[in-house]
Write a protein that binds this ligand. Sequence first.
Ligand code: FMN
Length: 234
Amino acid sequence: MSSCGRWAVLDVYEAVTSRRAVRGFTDRPVPGKVLERVLSAAAWAPSGSNIQPWHAYVLTGAPLAEVKKRAGERLAVGDAWDEPEYEMYPPALKPPYCERRAAFGEQRYGALGIPREDLEARQRAASANWDCFGAPAALFCYIDRDMGPAQWADVGMYLQSVMVLLRAEGLHSCPQMAWAKFHRTVAEVVSPPDGLLLFCGMSIGFEDDTVDLGRAERAPLDETVTFIDGYLSE
Ligand SMILES: Cc1cc2nc3c(=O)[nH]c(=O)nc-3n(C[C@H](O)[C@H](O)[C@H](O)COP(=O)(O)O)c2cc1C
């Protein structure tokens, strides 16, 4: 790694495969110039007709502390979540997705020693979302309310670009739909223009490597990819 914390050379495969949802960060600050560099490069993400439908707000220091404080206050008094402005999952998630989702829950909460039936403990663990898992920086990503599925996909490509570039800087991240359940709290601090809705937050920082929560597996390649190219079977 270079003195500014940026890896001199980082293989793209390594950047992609070492990205994971990190849920434990140190309080080491993330330099503003690094965030600027990452977001300038991520702007090269593709989008249909190049409309670039993402609106990112990057918070550090006092403004982020304020968001976390307000969210923490709401949690402390048992305030109901905000209704997310989009459906996070289809109401009846069918196989294989429901099975993958259950496996994720087992892995995520099992790593914390929380049994499946202890919903309260799961909820307590999940509440770390609204402290950004201790991260000193966060990005809140908005999209225009009237955008359709293709533009949401554009935003996903943008966010993945951000997360992979963060790896190139030695940083980690966690994308968080959980913040959509506190969108009013985020809006109180970032004041987004009318018409935008909060898709997700993203915690950003240096990993606290004393926190090892394991890794979410992936489905075997032949479950999600079908090769029809004749060359591959020759
Ligand atoms: C759009 C999106 C929203 C997510 N929301 C949350 C969240 O609110 N909280 C959380 O801890 N992880 C969240 N995640 C992380 C996923 O759980 C994680 O990406 C998935 O389990 C795969 O694990 P990996 O990213 O570590 O490989 C989200 C991921 C995506 C792409």
